[in-house]
Design a protein around this ligand. Structure first.
Ligand code: FEO
Length: 401
């Protein structure tokens, strides 16, 4: 790994994790990730902003040695999660006079999660500044981005914002800056969908607040930094807005072909009406791809066979994930089949109650789909087209969820 200059006086001492393929035992990382940490050297004092995941301890310590740093006065912890704070105990041991600066809630979490000496952690207030001599760090509390203890740090003289997870992307690259990095936008959208989407209304508020800061560089803790902050803030404005796309996503499972035929028919019917459609066969779906589609789809159609009395367990898992991600979808329905009864529709309705999406008439069939089933799917496509037309023609009537 290498130590690079982010801007004069600020070194990137973080680590690129090229091989990591799973996060939290759940989130696929097809493009690896990175854990950034920054050394801010002022004329009088030095601060380290965040650490890295403990799996990268060796590379991180090598970077600290390569940086030539001999004293760290402050360790800024923007977020207590392991991939950023995991090596805090080690850094505290290496630099025993360093003070840890974090929100009060973060200090509590660091003590609970990492068993650090709480007396070395100084809570900082929202808007508080510290001077490093010729550099000033300002702390911006940003609760629920995506944990309640989170803050952002702004270095005033260079205009660098360190937002930790916010604006990040699980994308391993040797580039310090995002300029010209191929495929970064989809990776950032995937990251937003998987991690930030449940907090999109809160994040929209933080975006507004950040407009008053003269930010020249955004340096998130995952993925490259942005020399043009508008590149990523414009995308976040779009993703956090209530505006949905003319897009239907159909996460589904088919056990013996019935649901598959229904999905195929509905997909064609929607396409004929000029509606973008994206079926996701959950047997082979990368959950990140589903999360990307959930960011702006107007309608979710869940396709499920019936297993015993309820939806297929794989569908249950996907619907649960979709419901906790709180997408902006305005409409939701269920299509599927059953043999001798069941409660698939009722259970999916219960699981998605918090989405505040309007429930459209489900299409369930006993056994194999019939001509009448296909006509019901045609009517569903017609209804979706009408609903989408309404929200596209009258976007101001949309409400947040
Ligand atoms: Fe990158 Fe919430 O940790």
């Amino acid at each position: 790994m290498a130590v690079r200059e982010l801007v004069p006086g600020i070194l990137s001492v973080g680590v690129v994790d090229w091989d990591r393929r799973l996060f939290d035992g759940l989130i696929p990382l097809p493009q690896g990730t990175s854990y950034h940490s920054y050394l801010v050297r002022g004329s009088e004092k030095t601060a380290l902003i965040d650490t890295v995941d403990p799996t990268s301890e060796f590379e991180f310590v090598c970077n600290l040695v390569r940086s030539g740093v001999d004293t760290i006065d402050y360790i800024i912890v923007n977020h207590a999660e392991q991939d950023h704070a995991g090596l805090l105990p080690l850094v505290m041991e290496l630099f025993p006079s360093a003070r840890v600066l974090a929100t009060e809630k973060c200090c509590d979490l660091l003590a609970a999660l990492l068993e650090i000496d709480r007396t070395r952690c100084d809570p900082v207030a929202d808007g508080q500044t510290i001077s490093l001599g010729d550099r000033t760090l300002e702390f911006i509390h940003a609760p629920f981005v995506h944990w309640p203890e989170t803050m952002l740090t702004f270095e005033r003289e260079s205009g660098v914002l360190f937002p930790c997870d916010l604006f990040g992307a699980h994308y391993a690259t040797s580039e310090v800056f995002a300029d010209g990095v191929e495929g970064l936008e989809p990776a950032a959208k995937r990251y937003f969908g998987e991690i930030m989407m449940p907090f999109r209304t809160t994040i929209a508020g933080h975006l507004t607040r950040l407009e008053s800061f003269p930010v020249r560089v955004i340096a998130p803790s995952h993925g490259p930094a942005y020399r043009d902050p508008g590149t990523i803030t414009r995308l976040y404005r779009e993703w956090t807005s209530d505006s949905a796309r003319n897009l239907v996503i159909i996460p589904y499972i088919s056990m013996h072909g019935s649901v598959g035929k229904m999905v195929d028919h509905l997909t064609s019917a929607l396409m004929e009406k000029g509606i973008a459609v994206r079926p996701f066969n959950l047997a082979i779906t990368d959950l990140g791809e589903l999360a990307i589609a959930l960011v702006d789809a107007a309608t979710i159609v869940v396709g499920t066979p019936t297993v015993l009395f309820g939806p297929h367990p794989t569908v249950v898992s996907a619907v649960y994930i979709a419901s906790i991600l709180r997408p902006k979808a305005r409409f939701l329905t269920v299509i599927g089949s059953y043999g001798w009864g069941g409660k698939a529709v009722e259970q999916i309705k219960e699981m998605t109650a918090k989405l505040h999406a309007e429930l459209l008439e489900p299409v369930m069939v006993c056994g194999a789909p019939t001509d009448e089933t296909m006509r019901a799917l045609d009517r569903l496509a017609e209804t979706i087209a009408m609903k989408h037309n309404d929200i596209l023609m009258h976007p101001s009537q949309e409400s947040g969820s």
